[in-house]
Structure formats: structure tokens, C-alpha cells
Design a protein around this ligand. Structure first.
Ligand SMILES: Nc1ncnc2c1ncn2[C@@H]1O[C@H](COP(=O)(O)OP(=O)(O)OP(=O)(O)O)[C@@H](O)[C@H]1O
Length: 330
């Protein structure tokens, strides 16, 4: 199957800044590809290069077999990261305006319903909440019923229920054959929507694969998180690897103790051991590794180095060993 979206060795500099450094990916027809990576990794630049709004310095971008600037715009839907439509149009007028740019557009009211705004069509854009505005913007990328859809952080600012509405919408589009490339900072979003995920750091894709394959390769082992102030030595008698979290996952407090390589059936024995040694804890949770672990293992170092450079740790003297350890244990 030939790729519908293809980037080959894309390079892009802005002065001294290297935004893309040999980025390559290929997205097949009907596939949802999720692009993740730290702030400044180059995700938006890659989307812009693929949609013809920025010219790469070298490399090739192809969409539907053509250069991005040559594609029939009726076949392409693009939601830029920063998108500011006119404020003094209602949601319906805005979608009607964008629909008018295409030969065979969808009914704006049907698009409004798709993004969960059926009752807000008469509200001026400026009077919508931030999340509602983002939903209108998502809708504007869909009015032409595109074959290929680029969504740069589609759900930023949208509440959890609305996020699920947009997720279902994207799933339905993909089920109908639309090829989707989206960027996101929400690992749950990438894991749920993407057939394949690409992790971009410093302008190049350092890992690509199905979420399951990435988790199996980079996600580490299952973990039991014990929220406790007890010393790590108190866990010495356990037969599992144990570490203290320095920079935890979302919902994992810094300083918690993580017991690794542990199956649910083994949790009771660990709890018994904690009780027997009078180790106090305020929370216990068990989880399989997921895409957030992959992100922390492969991309968190960028953030650590960045904050270290500006003295983000106490006194700014975080050692290379600390960095290495954080990379291993995150
Ligand atoms: N038009 C521009 N002029 C100058 N520098 C730019 C421009 N666009 C992007 N950059 C720089 O290129 C790098 C990559 O930016 P880009 O917006 O592609 O990152 P990103 O991965 O989308 O980040 P975020 O997650 O914060 O949206 C950054 O260092 C950014 O400052």
C-alpha cells in the first residue's frame, strides 16, 4: 500500500534553531498517525511542511502522491495549532463561510452536531468558551469531508466529555477511510486514537510504531506505586526491583516508591510485607506500562536537560548520574 502522507528526511531551520532534522514518516490510507513530542520538538513545523504552509530546506513532503502545495484543497482538511477565525460571526456562519470555499461541502449544521455544538450555532464565536471555540475550529477542518485530515492539537482546551466527542468523531472518520495525522500532548488521546504513534524529539522521529509495540519496547514493566515517606531500604526484602520516583507520571506524587515487575496476584504479599514492617503508606496503585511511560523514557530527558540548563533543580546542580537515573526509572 502506498503512503497517503509521506515525509522523507525533512530539514527545516529558523536561523540557528533546527526545527526539523531529518524527519521521516509514512501514513497509509485510513490510518490514524499520532505525533507526540515535547514543546519545540518540531511537530507543528512537520505538519506545516506536510500541508504546504512552510517550505522545508531539504527533503520531500508528499500528500496523496503530490507536493503539498499542489493538492486539490477539497481533499485536504487542516486544523492549525493556532487558528483565530473572525470573532463576530456565529458558529454556524463560520462553518458556512468555510463550507463556501469548497465544491461539495457538508451541511454546517451537521458538522456543528458532530462536534457537539448543535445548540450553539447562533452564538458568536467570541462568546463561545475556549473549548467550544476549539470545537468550531475542528469542525471547520471537516466541512469539506476531506480524504486526509491534519489536526494540530485538536483537543487542547476541550473538556473531558467534549474530548471524547472529538475522539469518537475522529474514530468515525477513520472508520470511513479518512487518513488522519494528529499531534497531541495527551498520551491517552494518542493511545486511544492512533494506529501508530511517532515520537518526535529535536526535529526527528526517534520512535515509531503501534502504541502496543512502543509500550512493549520502551514502556518498562508493570508497577505498584506506594505513596510513603518510608526509606527505600524498608523495601529491601521484596523480591522485586524498587525505586523512588523523582519526577513522577501524572497522578504519581514525587517521592513515591515504585515496586516493579509485579503482577496483581503478588500485590497482597507486598501489602502483607509492608504491614509486617509497620511501613505507613497513604496510597497504593497498580498499573501496566502505557504510552506515558514510553514518553517519559524517551522524551523526558529533553525537559530535564532544559530545566537543568536554566537551574530548574535546587541550585541547578543536578548531576549527569541523576539525569541518567531519571531516564531509566521514569
Ligand atoms: N516561524 C518560526 N520562526 C522561528 N522559529 C520557529 C518558527 N516556527 C517554529 N520555530 C521554532 O522551531 C522549533 C520547533 O517548533 P514547533 O512549533 O514545530 O514545535 P512543536 O513540537 O509543535 O511544539 P509545541 O508542542 O510547543 O507546539 C521551536 O524551537 C520553535 O521556536
Amino acid at each position: 500500500m502506498s503512503a497517503v502522507v509521506e515525509a522523507t528526511d525533512l530539514e527545516k531551520r529558523y536561523g540557528e534553531t533546527v526545527a526539523l532534522s531529518g524527519a521521516s514518516l509514512a501514513v497509509d490510507a485510513g490510518e490514524v498517525f499520532g505525533l507526540i513530542g515535547p514543546n519545540g520538538a518540531g511537530k507543528t513545523t512537520l505538519v506545516r511542511a506536510l500541508t504546504g504552509t512552510t517550505e522545508p530546506d531539504s527533503g520531500a513532503a508528499r500528500v496523496l502522491g503530490e507536493a503539498p502545495t499542489a493538492i486539490d484543497r477539497d481533499r485536504l482538511g487542516v486544523l492549525p495549532q493556532a487558528f483565530s477565525p473572525p470573532d463576530r460571526l456565529s458558529a454556524r456562519e463560520l462553518l458556512a463561510y468555510y463550507a463556501g470555499l469548497y465544491d461539495d461541502p457538508r451541511d454546517p449544521d451537521a458538522v456543528l452536531a458532530d462536534v457537539g455544538l448543535a445548540d450553539d450555532g447562533d452564538t458568536w464565536y467570541e462568546d463561545l468558551s475556549g473549548g467550544q471555540q476549539r470545537r468550531v475550529c475542528v469542525g471547520s477542518a471537516l466541512v469539506n469531508d476531506p480524504d486526509v485530515l491534519f489536526l494540530d492539537e485538536p483537543t487542547t482546551g476541550i473538556d473531558p466529555a467534549g474530548r471524547r466527542t472529538v475522539w469518537r468523531l475522529i474514530e468515525d472518520l477513520a472508520a470511513g477511510g479518512t487518513t488522519v495525522l494528529l499531534t497531541t500532548h495527551d498520551m491517552a488521546e494518542a493511545e486511544r486514537l492512533a494506529d501508530r504513534v511517532g515520537l518526535l524529539t529535536d526535529g526527528s522521529l526517534v520512535a515509531q510504531g503501534t502504541p502496543d509495540a512502543l509500550v512493549a519496547e520502551h514502556g518498562g514493566s508493570s508497577r505498584l506505586t506506594v505513596e510513603t515517606a518510608a526509606d527505600l531500604e524498608a523495601f529491601d526484602d521484596l523480591e522485586h526491583p524498587v525505586e523512588r520516583v523523582e519526577r513522577g507520571r501524572r497522578g504519581t506524587p514525587d517521592g513515591a516508591v515504585v515496586v516493579r515487575e509485579i503482577e496483581p496476584a503478588e500485590i497482597a504479599a507486598v501489602v502483607d510485607s509492608l504491614e509486617a514492617r509497620d511501613i505507613e503508606y497513604t496510597g497504593l496503585s497498580w498499573a501496566e506500562p502505557d504510552l506515558e511511560d514510553v514518553y517519559l523514557a524517551l522524551a523526558d530527558r529533553t525537559e530535564l536537560e532544559r530545566t537543568d540548563r536554566v537551574g530548574g533543580s535546587d541550585g541547578g546542580d543536578e548531576s549527569a548520574d541523576d539525569l541518567a537515573q531519571a531516564g531509566e526509572t521514569a
